[in-house]
Design a binder for this molecule. Sequence first.
Ligand code: 13P
Length: 253
Amino acid sequence: MRKKIAAGNWKMNLSAEEAQTLASEVVNMFQDEYTGDAEVIFSPSYPYLSLVHHLVKDNPKVHLAAQNIHQEEKGAYTGEVSAQMLTSIGCSHVLIGHSERRQYFAEDNQLLAKKIDIALKHGLKPVYCIGETLDQREAGETLNVNTTQLSEGAFHLDAEAFGDLVIAYEPVWAIGTGKTASPEQAQEVHKAIRDAIAAKYGAEVADNTTILYGGSVKPANAETLFSQPDIDGGLVGGASLKSRDFTDIIKAL
Ligand code: 13P
């Protein structure tokens, strides 16, 4: 059975105090108001990982993800953060391949494949992000772009290792724009992703893979998105910075 997950990507936002307030408010609301089986992931920026870990460590359904990782084990890479550092402060997950990293930091599928490998080697579960730009969608390349990012970044893994991945489909044109993919548009891509996984690893692995949708998820649209058969939760940016909104999104699962 695949997991349902609501993940909050806080990006480069919040002060330390705001990060702690947000995490503790969401954890409290989640405990008080939610009885389902969905899990939550917080993805704060590096300096706040330990602070947030302290607040979530007693709840087995709340996990911690870094927003990025370096592909090497250790060494002279000033300013970078390794997989081992992340596990040593309580991270269980890591975002890999977010479109903002692909776009602004020139991360390509080959590099991302290495990041996935080092994460898995150290027991971190990658949340591997894929998605097309508006130009690619308008050129009719949506499914091809997504399945290529998926296969070049992750299909070198064997089935067991692939089973530790969460996939996040985030159409670039829907990120931070207020434009959400319609439930039908998102479902079409999610199904194509699951079909590609089934063709590579078989139906059981595909069925067990959690595929999140990201791109302007809000309390008002979460329920219709999450009701699609191949959408297993959300990777949420802006709305994850407000405890009430993010908890309502969790509850939509
Ligand atoms: P928004 O929810 O702000 O559109 O961001 C989505 C995202 O990039 C999550 O990783």
